[in-house]
Design a protein around this ligand. Sequence first.
Ligand code: MN
Length: 502
Amino acid sequence: MTLDYSNFEVWFITGAQLLYGGDAVVAVDGHSNTMVKGLNEAGHLPVKIVYKGTVNSSAEISEAFRKANADPKCVGVITWMHTFSPAKMWIHGLQDFKKPLLHLHTQFNKKIPWETIDMDFMNLNQSAHGDREFGHIVTRMRKNRKVVVGHWEDKDVHARIAVWMRVAVAWEDARNMKIVRFGDNMNNVAVTDGDKVEAEMRLGYHVDYFPIGDLVPFVQKVTEAEVDALVAVYEKEYTLAENARKGGKDHKQVREAARQEIGLRSFLESKGAKAFTTSFDELCGMDQLPGLACQRLMAEGYGFGAEGDWKTAALVRTMKVMAQGLPGGTSFMEDYTYHFKGKGSILQAHMLEVCPTIADAKPRLEVHPLGIGGKADPARLVFTAEAGEGVAATIVDMGNRFRLITNDVDVMTPDDNLPKLPVACALWTPRPNLAVGAAAWIYAGGTHHTSFSYALTDEYLEDYAEIAGIEKVSINQDTTISGFKKELRFNEVYYLLNKALQ
Ligand code: MN
């Protein structure tokens, strides 16, 4: 379920004009080629940049953007104004352009050549004002974009472009994201529900309902030989508890879990789905609540949400695409219980479904009874998440818009083992501390389910919200409750007006 980033391109378009003569255009083109080559060869960018030449007129700009829209390999465009590029020329092209935009505010030379600088040099190297003219029209047109400032050879600049590239690929991935939902949302739950039509228009998510009865035949037709082969994989990758091993009294539950995993994978493949949700209310014909299957499919790159939570399932998928190949895992997660000690922390877990990519050690495969669901004892991977920094994110439906909420968190090692809680878990402190972090999250209307990642930072979600054109609020080291409440109130007005103007 991972994506091959090499299937995608980002296009680089340089703005100029013919005022300075043919020599200047040739120089602009040469510098642009050198820059794009340098950016690609630095080895910090996950997606290849393709230089598409200079544009010197409204017609050339419109044509470049039309081609970018139409090319399925192109996930976004980087623009840069080497010289002055009168921005009315950009209006029609920008009106048509539908993909992520990054404005790279850089210049060819790193330093001012004090001894030799003359007016010809100034006319050729004037990004400092050409890019402001371009920036003005993008802002005037209310077009969302990322602005990255710095010299094109600097690693910090590469890092910021790399973040945006990963988000652009995830955005492309979400444009046709089918989410399979077994059953509905958990009855009466508000926060996991929402407007699926608006979600498809705004975020690309397509949510399809299937009765679990449609999955059952896929599970039933799994052969014993297929189960044997997958159990052998479990034995290699995990430490099996005594009762879960071959000969153990609950080994048959592990075999049923393997059957579910194979059946579920083949069902999702048959539907072309990238994410899915389950529900403990929707288990008719199933042996046990699929725990192990959900954990392992998440580790493969599928998005997952429990209790019908399709928004979180989609966000988990999107964050997994952004994080692909980076160190540190990404998982569905749920806030459970508080630990009021020091800055305060939250025990994160779920009944079963936490992704093993965040484990601090080899997971244990265990079988235990589960009170909810009324089925056989489910198999699950049990582990503790590694200590480290991460980001938790959620999308909520505010009725007139989607709001993306993020919180920077510090995962720590629990004080003690949890011998009577045989599930995967993480203990984290939300920044700046539990009192402010949890209060801000609640004021923002945040869910109890999140998508959590060690691999990503808030910048990824910021870029995602900018591309999607949805509200984004961040809870971090600098958050104060009074400032955060003001931001929510200002946003309320902004989005009401914004909606009215659309
Ligand atoms: Mn839940």
